[in-house]
Design a protein around this ligand. Structure first.
Ligand SMILES: [Zn+2]
Length: 431
């Protein structure tokens, strides 16, 4: 049978380790050559930053997104300059990338989380009608984003979240019947969700989304910096974000590399100032050792610590730290740093944001702000420096109060004792 060749794409994938160039089929997640773990990155034919002014959503950056098509129903984050919070924090120039629901500011991510940016780009990278079911593991926000995007885009998918993430799975619309939600009962955690998703993806009728290895996921999250640059007219000196896996920060780093290559925005990468919520801090702990080896965290210790933090969505105990092009490289190359803040500091930061900016933010955004306040207090932000704060979610409490978001009901619940490789398909197979 003759299979039509897919339309040529406006980019090629390249391996960070061996520079092998790979034609994208919409699914590939890694380099087939035998070497150390490394990300694939996209090299775009157009090396200039040229947003498409005819569009207002995230696809206006399509020439720098690894996608095969554009889709409808997509929202956007918004970048604006803060006056009151900046003064309260003692900062000369603070810009806020608000990635949630705040239409008065131009932020229209319907589920209230920046993970929508990754969901739409991942779907737009897939071929028109992918055979099989997309499998996604999520700590909570990614599930919310994909549940909505896959419903609207008519892409069959199966989403696995631990119980701790279920409260984040919110949407203004009903979930479509082709989108299934599997919840792993407490004390199963995000790592269990990742494991189950991996086993399912080995089965023919399923294909893996791939998490941080998916080049489209990182590129979608990286549009935060493109949007900021488009508004600010320059690159920030510092970029603050809370991280679980670090996919968003790596995406921003990749976008920054591209902007520096463009040549029109200086040669200075923004320093990545990434934060975690004490006591769940594997990236912070690893960075403190000074090596590119991820510190090991015992599974039971990890579960206990994840239960203590305000931000279960950040509780990834296998983040892509050591991999070529991963968190270590992004921190090292950008002259960045890892910070850690406790629940009390995050709660204070959240209240401060609401008081000065007038809208609720997610706990993860609060962790990022708390780390910024700490860095400012410690005199670590140079006078006159430009700071970009990624508020990775917000406006959700307001939407819940207004009754315009609904909680998701799981299609199936699985007890931790039942999760195993053999029988995994049977467990969800009836869906
Ligand atoms: Zn390679």
């Amino acid at each position: 049978m003759l299979v039509p060749r897919p339309e040529a794409r406006h980019y090629a994938l390249r391996c960070r380790a061996c520079n092998r160039v790979i034609e994208d089929d919409g699914f590939v997640l890694g380099c087939p050559s035998p070497h150390e773990p490394a990300f694939l990155v996209a090299d775009y034919h157009n090396r200039r930053f040229q947003p498409d002014r005819s569009s207002a959503d995230l696809f206006r950056f399509h020439s720098w997104l690894p996608i095969g098509r554009r889709m409808a129903g997509v929202g956007s984050g918004a970048t604006y300059r803060s006056e009151r919070l900046a003064r309260a924090a003692g900062l000369d120039e603070l810009w806020i990338a608000f990635n949630g629901w705040w239409p008065e500011r131009g932020a229209t991510l319907a589920t209230g989380t920046f993970k929508e940016l990754e969901a739409w780009t991942v779907l737009a990278r897939l071929p028109q009608r992918p055979a099989g079911t997309l499998v996604i593991a999520s700590a909570g926000n990614t599930a919310a984003a994909f549940a909505r995007a896959c419903s609207l885009a008519e892409v069959a998918c199966l989403i696995i979240v631990p119980e701790s993430g279920l409260a984040q799975v919110l949407s203004p619309e009903e979930r479509a019947p082709w989108v299934k939600l599997v919840v792993l009962d407490h004390p199963a955690d995000y790592a269990d969700a990742i494991a189950l998703a991996g086993w399912l993806a080995e089965v023919e009728k399923y294909y893996p989304e791939g998490g941080v290895r998916n080049v489209a996921r990182r590129a979608g999250l990286g549009t935060v910096l493109l949007d900021a640059l488009d508004t600010m007219g320059r690159l920030p000196d510092y970029y603050f974000q809370a991280v679980g896996s670090g996919a968003g920060a790596i995406g921003v780093f990749e976008a920054a590399e591209r902007l520096v290559e463009d040549g029109g925005f200086g040669d200075q990468l923004p320093r990545l100032m990434l934060s975690q919520n004490h006591p769940f801090t594997p990236l912070y702990d690893s960075w403190r050792t000074g090596s590119r080896v991820l510190v090991r965290m015992d599974a039971e210790v990890a579960r206990r610590r994840a239960a203590q933090i305000l931000t279960p969505v950040l509780s990834n105990r296998q983040p892509p730290y050591a991999i070529l092009g991963g968190v270590y490289d992004a921190l090292h190359t950008s002259g960045g740093d890892m910070l850690a803040v406790d629940n009390a500091a995050a709660r204070q930061a959240r209240a401060l944001f609401e008081e000065h900016e007038g809208i609720d933010i997610d706990p993860a955004g609060a962790v990022a702000l708390a780390s910024l306040l700490q860095a400012a207090r410690d005199g670590r932000i140079a006078k006159g420096a430009t700071v970009l704060l990624n508020v990775t979610g917000g406006g959700r409490e307001r939407r819940l109060r207004e009754g315009s978001l609904r909680h998701a009901r799981p299609d199936v619940r699985i007890a931790r004792s039942e999760i195993r490789r053999s029988g995994a398909v049977e467990m969800v197979g009836a869906l």
